[in-house]
Design a protein around this ligand. Structure first.
Ligand code: ADP
Ligand code: MG
Length: 332
């Protein structure tokens, strides 16, 4: 099959909201009046971001999901995307499943694939996404104010826990793994929540590299500090059932490399959650709860913004458990 047949068969779908989609030297689209473009690229590399034998349907889903998550974090409405893909070989079954997963999520979010590039090479997937956001309405990292409440959506730590299991750093039962693996393989980008937070959140980002590492970006950009309460951080039933001591006062401190330390690490520094972390003034508390409920996304207040710098995490007894934990950094 030629490269062009491959593109036609697997990556060409109708693009009614673009001026011109796949097939020319460039795609064309018109940004709606009063809006600016939000543009973001995210690359998934085999062996770094996913296992080479990852399920292709859910890999297609995740390739787009991580980009949608960036739109959510900006309060942008995702509209169009391009897909640059390097493939070691042409595997029809793999491509069909990959594109089915990609387009299922694209359809759910009314996103159109308008172009890309296809080449031979080690498996590598890069989406560039284009969204719209009304002028001056984007949710930036730099707007957090002293006194703001800090919120997160969903639950944290499940994706890292599933990865720890796959890497044999922890042994989950089959049922436990089944409960946490969707967080790793099938992330649900919080686009509706991002849109709902326009006008009330002072800052936002998506948690892709771990809560503390990502929150640190907000703190740096906003020149503020934070206090986070470990006991408030939302975790799934599965994770909670495994953490008798990490999320409640712990009689004996967890030793390095212990079970409890690993679980706490998943919650505070685990990557791949794709939940939103945002700050909003305390007088918007009820509005945050109301808007989140309206879009069906659970949100939880986990702390607040303070003057100074860095993030302090306290356990339920008020003891400081960490003063500066970082997220995943590819070059560290
Ligand atoms: P060019 O030779 O101008 O670089 P290409 O041969 O790379 O064009 O691509 C032909 C058309 O197919 C272009 O419109 C391009 O945007 C589109 N395209 C290529 N690869 C993909 C892909 N993986 N997904 C969607 N569109 C693609
Ligand atoms: Mg090209």
């Amino acid at each position: 099959m030629s490269e062009f047949d491959l593109i036609r068969r697997h990556f060409t779908r109708p693009t009614p909201s673009a001026v011109l989609g796949v097939g020319d030297d460039a795609a064309l689209f018109q940004v709606s009046a009063g809006n600016v473009l939000a543009v973001s690229s995210d690359m998934l590399v085999s062996g770094t971001h996913f296992f080479p034998d990852a399920d292709p349907y859910w890999l297609g889903h995740k390739t787009l999901a991580v980009n949608l998550s960036d739109m959510a974090a900006m309060g942008a409405n995702p509209r169009w995307a391009t897909l640059a893909i390097a493939l070691p070989s042409v595997d029809e079954a793999w491509l069909s499943a990959f594109s089915a997963g990609f387009f299922a999520l694209a359809k759910a979010h009314h996103v159109e694939l308008i172009g890309g590039d296809t080449t031979r090479g080690a498996l590598n997937l890069c989406v560039t996404i284009f969204g719209e956001v009304p002028q001056n309405k984007a949710l930036r990292r730099a707007g957090a104010q002293v006194g703001d409440e800090i919120w997160v959506s969903g639950c944290l730590g499940d994706a890292a826990l599933a990865l720890a299991h796959l890497q044999q750093r922890i042994a989950l039962t089959e049922a436990e793994f089944a409960a946490v693996s969707p967080a790793l393989h099938q992330p649900q980008p919080r686009v509706a929540l991002g849109l709902a937070l326009r006008g009330i959140a002072n800052s936002a980002l998506d948690i892709s590299d771990g809560l503390l590492g990502d929150l640190a970006h907000i703190l740096e950009a906003s020149q503020v500090g934070a206090t986070v309460e470990l006991a408030l951080i939302p975790v799934s039933e599965t994770l909670r059932s495994l953490t008798p001591c990490a999320l409640t006062p712990c009689p004996s401190p967890a030793g390095e490399g212990s079970h409890a330390a690993l679980l706490q690490h998943c919650v505070l520094s685990g990557g791949d959650d794709y939940e939103l972390c945002f700050t909003a003034p305390i007088h918007h508390h009820a509005d945050v709860v109301h808007r989140a409920r309206k879009v069906g996304v659970p949100v939880t207040r986990i702390g607040h913004i303070v003057a100074g710098q860095g993030c302090v995490v306290r356990d339920a007894a008020g003891k400081i458990i960490t003063g500066g934990n970082n997220g995943y950094d590819h070059f560290k």
